[in-house]
Structure formats: structure tokens, C-alpha cells
Design a binder for this molecule. Sequence first.
Ligand SMILES: Nc1nc2c(ncn2[C@@H]2O[C@H](COP(=O)(O)OP(=O)(O)OP(=O)(O)O)[C@@H](O)[C@H]2O)c(=O)[nH]1
Length: 295
Amino acid sequence: MKEKAAELAVVSNKTFAASTAVNLHHYDISSALQTTLEFDELIAIFCNKIQHTIPHNGVEYTNPEFDLEYKRGVLARHSCSYALKVEEQQLGELKLTRSQRFSKDELKLLESLLCCLIYPLRNATLFQQALKMAFTDPLTKANNRTAFNDSLLREIKRAHRSGSHLSLIFVDVDHFKSINDQYGHECGDLALASVAAWLKESVRGSDAVYRYGGEEFVILLSDTDIDGAMVIGERIRADIESHTLAYGMDVLNLTASLGVATLKGDDTFDSLLKRADAAMYQAKRQGRNRVEAGF
Ligand SMILES: Nc1nc2c(ncn2[C@@H]2O[C@H](COP(=O)(O)OP(=O)(O)OP(=O)(O)O)[C@@H](O)[C@H]2O)c(=O)[nH]1
């Protein structure tokens, strides 16, 4: 049992090789852990299964790679913590707490049982990494078009059901072709990655920036009406205009044209997209570096 993270006992697949023979309890836990690939569900199942052999009041699981913090119960005075690993792959840290000390026998049993958890956790890691890749644009690290289609469909259903507002903003970089032509595609790629980063900063706290294609991005704003979306659109436009992009000895200034639309009662996926897109083209026609609403 260790109290400080720096002195964590390590449970890895090597511990498994040294552990006692697999018994029915291990088998029961292993079977239950095969039912999900979600980290928090795996931890909850594991802790439920060991509760009667190793009673505990509080559980804390952290996995910085996936920005995950799972807590349940009441964190008490005595704790035991484990850094979970398979080979060199970190799988997060698990801490159990309660008001009485954990005995040596309990800790030995817990280490042995934790071996049932590490491979399901490793599978969850691989699955979550694959999911992340499938929904991320590799150049800009923004969410990709597939992620956008999924999110927009889900958000439209939610907004229609609950009567809440939903807005979206199309952002199209102005005269982007001339950046490629003048400075080359490498510079164009850098510009796109930079714009994506600026957009994420502008809508801080939200994960709703998507690369729609080419030099076009889209931002999905839940619970936001047209007035709110226009304010955010104007902030984004000003942010892009105020940034500079250093490329070798050159300093580039970028602008973008934005189209904003808010979901109406009879809107579908296509009609909402069409209004935002039309508003963006209106902004281009009006001289670029502008925000227009599509009503
Ligand atoms: N470097 C780079 N260029 C891209 C990428 N995707 C699309 N483009 C370029 O983006 C440019 C888009 O040009 P246009 O559609 O003519 O638009 P524009 O020059 O931005 O002009 P306006 O939108 O009218 O202001 C094309 O030259 C594409 O080749 C990419 O991933 N990387």
C-alpha cells in the first residue's frame, strides 16, 4: 500500500505471470470485464466485483492520456494506489480508499485481481484511440466531416425534442488559393492548422470545431440562438483577423468569411446546412472578412 503517487506499486502483465492460479473469482471478474470498452464502466464493474472480498468506500481512477477522472463513493483516510501498465503502456492509476487500513493479504489479493483489469483497460485504450483517429482530421487535429455529420444529426434531434436552440457557423478562409500559390502548399497546410487552433481558442470550453473540407470549418453551438451565434461569429472573425502567421521570413495575415444559421422548427440537416452555407457565400459577396446570418 502506498499513499503517494510517486511511490505507486506497479501492476503489469508481468505481475500476472507471477500471480497465483486463476480461480473462479478471477474468471467471474474477467468475464464481466469483457462486456464494455468504456474506461469508467470497466472500473465500476471491477470495483463492484471486488467489493465483497476487499471492502472499500471510495474509488478514484485517473488516465491523463484520455483526460479521464473517475471518482465514486467517499474518499477515506486509508488508501492503496496502483499504476496500471501493460508492457510499457501506461493505463492510468487506480486508488481505493476506506476508513481502516488494508491488510497485507487484502493487498496481495487485490494485486492479483487487478491483473484481470489491465488487458480490458488496454483494449479500451486501443478502441478509444481508434475512435479518436476515425473522427479527427490529421492535418488540423480538428474533428472531421464524419464527426460533424454524426454530431449535427444528434444535436438536431436533441434540439427538436427539447425545444432548445442550436446554431452553426461556417468559416471559410478568404483567398486561400493565393496563399498556396504564393507561399506553397506547406504554408497553406500550416495556415489551416493555425486557423483550426485559433477557432478552438475562440470557442474555448467546447469541442465543437470541425473541418468541413478544404479551407472550410464549421462550428456547432448547442443552446445558442441566432443573436448569441452572431456574437460568437463576430468574435471568431476578429480573432482570425488579429492573429499573424509566421512562415520563414514572411508574416501573413488571414481573414475569413462566416455564415451563421440557427435551427428552425421545420429544419432538416440539409436545410440548416444550406442556410449557413448561403450566408457564408453572402459574406464573400459582400466583400469577405464579414459575418452574415442566414434567415
Ligand atoms: N494547402 C492546402 N490547401 C488546400 C487544402 N484543402 C484545400 N486547399 C486549397 O484551398 C483552395 C481553395 O480555393 P478557393 O475555393 O478558390 O477559395 P479561396 O481562394 O479561399 O477564395 P474565396 O473562398 O473566394 O475567398 C484551393 O486552392 C485548394 O487547393 C489543404 O488541405 N491544404
